[in-house]
Design a protein around this ligand. Structure first.
Ligand SMILES: [Zn+2]
Length: 273
């Protein structure tokens, strides 16, 4: 189990599902890389090795793609479902499912294209070294191993688990907004032996109110930070107050109250809502 606690002691409430997701991806990708490596090396001519060509990469893109669409859709749905369970705010889950699949389908294509492109570029570098007589064929075959290693599989697993769960929250947040909620997102920087300089300044910062230094999580490869949805229900906040006591307009009043939410799991509902 991965420890998923923030710098200020909050727990990631998707921790269990994220552990499962990371493990699943790491196992799948490590196994796929073993096969892809074997096929690639088998294709290489010892005397005159070359890139196996577009058919090889296309085949692997297709293979990775179908699996990843399912995986990322599942992550987004689990995340939206957990957020809804904890907040108690039900939304149109057919719409959530459609949005999750939309996102997963388009993002998965970029992801697997990128994975194969990085592998292909590494192969190109090794081939250059081979033809520059810097490495022999055995050296060429060995130099490709890191691209197909369990370490790379695990790194992809961590980053893409973080991403799928964040995009699921984005989708759930969109549905809350459609229902009339005013929302924001709070960043939780995961406590680690080595907290990264990108994520540390964002801890506990609200996206809209405070601003973040980057657009979204994951902010970098292997990022395990997370966010939670903050809801400020404008009407219910205002109904609690005697407006005549404030010499200010409703909007700035809500802005002043922004830090004053009641926590319900990962969702903050304004007191009295
Ligand atoms: Zn981070």
């Amino acid at each position: 189990m991965v420890k998923r606690v923030s710098l200020t002691g909050e727990n990631d409430l998707n921790a269990k599902d994220k552990d499962t997701s990371e493990e699943l991806i790491a196992v799948f990708m490590a196994a796929a890389f073993v096969d892809q490596y074997a096929e690639l090396v088998d294709d290489l001519d010892e005397e005159a090795p070359v890139d196996p060509g577009p058919d090889f990469w296309q085949k692997w893109t297709t293979f990775f793609l179908s699996w990843w669409i399912g995986q990322l859709t599942g992550e987004a749905l689990a995340s939206a479902g957990n957020a809804s369970d904890i907040s108690g705010v039900g939304v149109d889950f057919d719409e959530v499912a459609a949005q999750a699949e939309n996102w997963a389908s388009s993002y998965a294509f970029n992801l697997v294209t990128g994975i194969n492109e990085n592998t292909r570029q590494a192969l190109q570098r090794s081939l250059s070294n081979f033809y520059a007589d810097k490495i022999d064929f055995e050296g060429l075959v060995k130099s490709l191993i890191p691209q197909f290693s369990p370490t790379r599989a695990e790194s992809i697993a961590v980053t893409e688990t973080t991403r799928g769960f964040e995009r699921g929250l984005d989708i759930y947040e969109d549905e809350l907004v459609k229902l009339g909620f005013r929302t924001d997102r709070k960043w939780h920087t995961r406590e680690d032996e080595k907290v990264c300089v990108i994520c540390e300044p964002n801890n506990n910062k609200l996206r809209n109110r405070d601003g973040w230094t980057v657009a979204a999580i994951p902010a970098h490869p292997r990022d395990r930070c997370w966010t939670e949805i903050v809801v400020v229900t404008v009407k219910s906040v205002l109904s609690l107050l005697d407006l005549s006591a404030f010499k200010t307009d409703a909007k700035s009043l809500v802005n002043e109250l922004y830090g004053d939410q009641r926590t319900i799991g990962p969702i903050y509902i304004a007191a009295g809502s």
